[in-house]
Ligand binder design. Structure first.
Ligand SMILES: *Cc1c(COP(=O)(O)O)cnc(C)c1O
Length: 433
């Protein structure tokens, strides 16, 4: 498969290059030149297939030209060692629980898939070690660190702002050891991101070691999220509920919903999509006005969706030939402030006995308000409520149980390298490695 850049000024890349580079030379996002439709017989039998089997079929259509099929199957099966159930909350509203991966984040799938795909390409190339740099304000760091843990040939450096990530999140990437090094930066998230960007631009450093990023705009990180939607469709079809399906995705950087839309282009029978936002309503406003007007993000309860300039907008825009009309005929939007999020969490807990996290609450509420007669709605519950325990406990007046898997991280010993926010120090550290 050939990949072009959404900015149209960079050379065409193959999958290998698109995965290693992440962003194209013109700072655009890589898009596949064609999206293959899956055969009719696949959809006829999908309800009898496992998550792994479904995902392998989808992955073959996307990556099968560039990756040996046995290796691809291995990568997919290793990535999806858990299930993502759909749970009926009430009437025609279903929650698709995307938080059953190793760090209880839906980002686990993209992170693991990318780690294994990168390893596959490194092995083909030779022995040179690749170093992944990732700046995090919390969730991305834990998903990437756990996805790459123990993958040989790759070393990961997670840069995070000292004192600014939650204790649970910090444990998820500082207790791992092996090929994961946590770097505690005396600064804020933006300082971490600046250090990473400077490292990629530094010639001397790039001659010394091979550097790459595990940014969420990487094709190997966002595309595998399409697996979720084919699997959800299969589970709904098995229940006889898949005829007028509405998929609702709580969105921040729009990678997850973008993967769902790619799935739709591959033939996934979904009637329409809803992008649910918190108070960061840039996409919502675009749908209403046709004008995309990015703004600095505002802080909300659903902080993984605090994005003021969603990167994957460019992908969605290109996918539909830059047509506002096409986009609005398939996708609608919703936006909720923190008060509304709290209210939805309480209402859902009361009427469905279900504990939503603040992100999932946006998706739930958009279906409560937007579902039409005869439609069946599935929204993504993107995080386990225990990941936002302090907030959820306070809003619902309960004591959310911390799952064993999450608690296990907290028992490990925290190890990190203290770093100033001065690039000279960071470079010196890496040059000595
Ligand atoms: C990352 C994240 C989102 C937003 O996903 P995008 O792909 O950036 O739109 C929503 N909820 C949670 C819990 C997340 O971690």
């Amino acid at each position: 498969m050939r990949y072009y850049s959404t900015n149209g000024e960079a050379p065409i890349a193959d999958l290998h290059k698109a995965v290693v580079k992440g962003l194209a030379e013109d700072r655009g996002l890589y898009m596949p030149e064609e999206i293959k439709k899956l055969p009719k017989v696949f959809f006829e039998n999908i309800q009898d297939m496992t998550f792994q089997q479904i995902a392998y079929n989808v992955a073959s259509a996307f990556f099968g030209d560039d990756v040996d099929l046995d290796a691809l199957q291995d990568i997919v099966y290793d990535t999806l060692s858990f299930d993502c159930p759909v749970v009926n909350l009430k009437d025609n509203i279903y929650a698709l629980e995307l938080f059953h991966g190793p760090t209880l984040a839906f980002k686990d799938v993209g992170a693991r898939f990318m780690a294994r795909l990168l390893q596959y390409f490194i092995r083909m190339e030779g022995k040179e070690q690749v170093n992944v740099l990732v700046a995090t304000s919390g969730d991305t760091g834990s998903a990437v660190a756990n996805g790459f843990l123990g993958v040989d040939g790759i070393h990961v450096y997670v840069l995070y702002p000292k004192g600014k990530v939650s204790p649970i999140q910090e444990c998820q990437f500082t207790t791992l050891g092996k090929n994961i090094t946590a770097i505690e930066v005396d600064g804020v998230f933006d300082d971490c991101q600046t250090l990473v960007k400077n490292a990629f631009m530094d010639k001397e450093l790039n001659n010394h070691m091979k550097l790459t990023s595990a940014n969420s705009i990487n094709v190997a990180r966002f595309l595998p999220q399409a697996f979720y939607y084919f699997n959800a469709y299969a589970r709904m079809k098995a229940m006889g509920k898949a005829d007028n399906l509405v998929i609702c995705v709580p969105s921040g950087n729009f990678g997850n919903i973008c993967a769902a839309l790619f799935g739709h282009e591959m033939g996934l029978p979904v009637k329409r999509f809803i992008a649910a936002n918190n108070a960061n309503d840039i996409f919502y406003k675009y749908l209403q006005t046709g004008i995309y007007d990015p703004k600095p993000s505002v802080q909300t309860l659903a902080n993984a969706m605090d994005v003021g300039d969603p990167s994957n907008f460019a992908r969605i825009y290109n996918l539909y030939g830059k047509s506002h009309e096409k986009i609005t005929s398939l996708i609608s939007g919703a936006t909720y402030n923190d008060d509304r999020i709290r209210e939805s969490m309480r209402e859902c807990h009361h009427s469905c006995s279900y504990i939503l996290d603040p992100h999932g609450a946006c998706g739930y509420q958009a279906l409560v308000e937007g579902l039409k007669e005869n439609e069946v709605g599935v929204f993504c519950e993107t995080a386990h409520p225990a990941k936002f325990k302090e907030k959820v406990d306070e809003i619902l007046g309960i004591d959310v149980e911390i799952p064993e898997r999450l608690a296990a991280f907290m028992k490990g010993e925290k190890q990190s390298v203290a770093m100033s926010k001065d690039f000279v120090d960071f470079k010196k550290y890496l040059m000595a490695r």
